[in-house]
Design a protein around this ligand. Structure first.
Ligand code: NAP
Ligand code: MG
Length: 489
């Protein structure tokens, strides 16, 4: 309800007196108190006999106990996947496709329930899990269902075959969506899977097991083992794996590459990023500001392709900074379950500490910090939207992936300088270009060393469009026919 303004003039001057009533999403997330491991089509207690808590970053409350898979559990999952492989890969593609269509529709039916569970477990705003994560996850199953009976068109005349059992390890920033990116192409191609979700966000993957059961997926085709890094390492090292697909940090990606060196297993790595979002003086600035905000504050900045380095042409730098400051002062930070919330909770205390540490380094190294006034909830893990201006190339905030709601702003004069600065990073996952000139967009896209270049938009995803990195952002693609190739031999 709006607070009563004292006079119309005051209302005009002090628009911020208006407040919103809380608008929490109320659908039941249907979370069990305890989850076992999903192996061979059913939930079972872990042989390790260990469980760990999954905590909500929203208020630090415990949501569920999750089974900790040890090496014997991971082995059981691989045995089940290997046993299921001949029948699954032998099905006509159209039959496999029907399972994927069913999964997609069941996910749509239960979208609200899954969205609330995702928000509670991971901290992202409900409007994002509801309007982005769930629809895009379902879209990935729909899209790949369509490939299942068309594999022969992927081989350019040569027959293609599934690889066998695939081990998949995913991160915490888009838990269900990353599951969909991994499972949908692997299953469409005829592989069977052992998947490990991230320790802090296993709940939607475990709920997803019931979607698989309801879809009638044969036991063992998908097995879900939960746990932390050691469980992931056991998934990666298992001798029955024909391929490992990993999304996560560059550091762990490198360790996995070392572990697989000298074996004949296939590997795809989707790793970190430090994307440049480049704004030219001729860009429509209001649109660009929206794109910058979406680029860095979407999902609290826990986005591998986040536009975390803003490169703005010197002629408009002061104007863009002023508009950005005004815009981020209107962002609502707080309860992720509230439908009005723009920035929800930071996924874990560990991640919050990392963001704080990197922001402190930015201040120490001499960049100028701006944070709008905002009241953060007393419980839970939250961080305000943050801008750093006056950033130079050598600053840590210009080089390291912060994975939080922190934007580093640098300037440039010429297109050539923009390219040099944009490419001056170890990463190469994504980039954004804002300009009125089509020819300049193409000129820039040719020279940017990034897997995805968005023009006059940002963070647009389509299952038909391949996504993946250059340099330390990894190799292999997810989505499109390129993504299918990575699951076929
Ligand atoms: P992370 O620490 O590398 O973890 C990713 C996954 O690997 C988690 O399931 C993790 O388990 C597991 N893991 C940890 N140590 C392992 C090991 N030694 N062997 C095998 N698996 C291991 O990354 P994160 O902090 O979860 O995610 C953030 C990172 O992911 C960022 O750098 C981000 O840029 C990147 N990311 C990239 C993309 C992309 O498509 N390129 C998409 C999303 C995120 P636990 O977490 O359970 O310990
Ligand atoms: Mg959690």
């Amino acid at each position: 309800m709006p607070a009563k303004p004292k006079s119309p003039a005051r209302e005009l001057l002090f628009g911020d007196l208006w407040t919103y009533d809380p608008a929490p999403e109320t659908a039941d997330p249907n979370i069990s108190a305890r989850y076992g491991l999903f192996i061979n089509g059913r939930f079972s207690a872990p042989k390790s006999r260990k469980y760990f808590p999954s905590v909500s970053p929203r208020d630090e409350s415990k949501l569920a106990e999750i089974a900790l898979a040890g090496p014997a559990d991971v082995d059981a999952a691989y045995q089940a996947a290997a046993a299921a492989f001949p029948a699954w890969s032998g099905l006509p593609g159209a039959e496999r496709g029907k399972f994927l269509y069913r999964i997609a529709r069941l996910l749509q039916d239960r979208a609200r329930e899954f969205a609330v569970a995702e928000t509670l477990d991971g901290g992202k705003p409900i409007k994002e899990s509801r309007d982005f994560d769930l629809p895009v996850a379902a879209a990935h199953f729909f899209y790949h269902a369509g490939w299942a009976d068309k594999l022969e068109y992927l081989g350019h005349g040569k027959p293609v075959r599934p690889l066998g059992v695939v081990g998949q390890v995913i991160p915490w920033n888009f838990p269900l969506l990353m599951l969909a990116w991994k499972l949908a192409p692997a299953l469409a191609a005829g592989n069977t899977v052992v998947l490990k979700p991230a320790e802090t966000t296993s709940i939607t993957a475990l709920k997803f097991a019931s979607v698989l059961t309801d879809a009638g997926l044969p036991p063992g085709v998908v097995n879900i083992v939960t746990g932390a890094g050691e469980t992931g390492a056991a998934v990666v090292r298992h001798p029955l794996a024909s391929k490992i697909a990993f999304t996560g940090s560059t550091e762990v990606g490198k360790a996995i590459q070392r572990a697989l060196a000298g074996t004949d297993r296939k590997l795809t790595l989707e790793l970190g990023g430090k994307a440049a979002n480049i704004v030219f003086g001729d860009a429509p600035l209001d649109q660009a500001v929206e794109g910058i905000v979406n680029g860095i504050f979407f999902n609290q900045g826990h986005v591998c392709c986040a536009g975390s380095r803003l490169l703005v042409q010197e002629s408009v730098a002061a104007e863009v900074l002023a508009r950005l400051k005004r815009r981020i002062a209107t962002l609502r930070v707080g309860d992720p379950l509230d439908k009005n919330t723009d920035l929800g909770a930071i996924n874990s205390r560990e991640q919050l500490d990392r963001i704080r540490g990197l922001v402190a380094s930015g201040v120490e190294e001499g960049a100028t910090i701006y944070q709008p006034e905002c009241r953060l909830p007393a419980k839970g893990w939250y961080y305000p939207p943050t801008l750093f201006s006056g950033v130079s190339q050598s600053h840590r905030v210009a080089n390291e992936e912060i994975f939080g709601p922190v934007l580093s702003i640098l300037t440039f004069r010429t297109p050539q300088e923009a390219i040099e600065k944009a490419n001056n990073t170890a990463y190469g996952l994504s980039a954004g270009v804002w300009t009125d000139k089509g020819s300049r967009i193409l000129w820039m896209a040719d020279r940017l060393k990034a897997g995805v270049v968005w023009a006059n938009t940002y963070n647009k995803f389509d299952p038909a469009s391949p996504f993946g990195g250059f340099k330390e952002s990894g190799f292999g693609r997810e989505g499109g026919r390129q993504g299918m190739w990575d699951y076929l031999g």
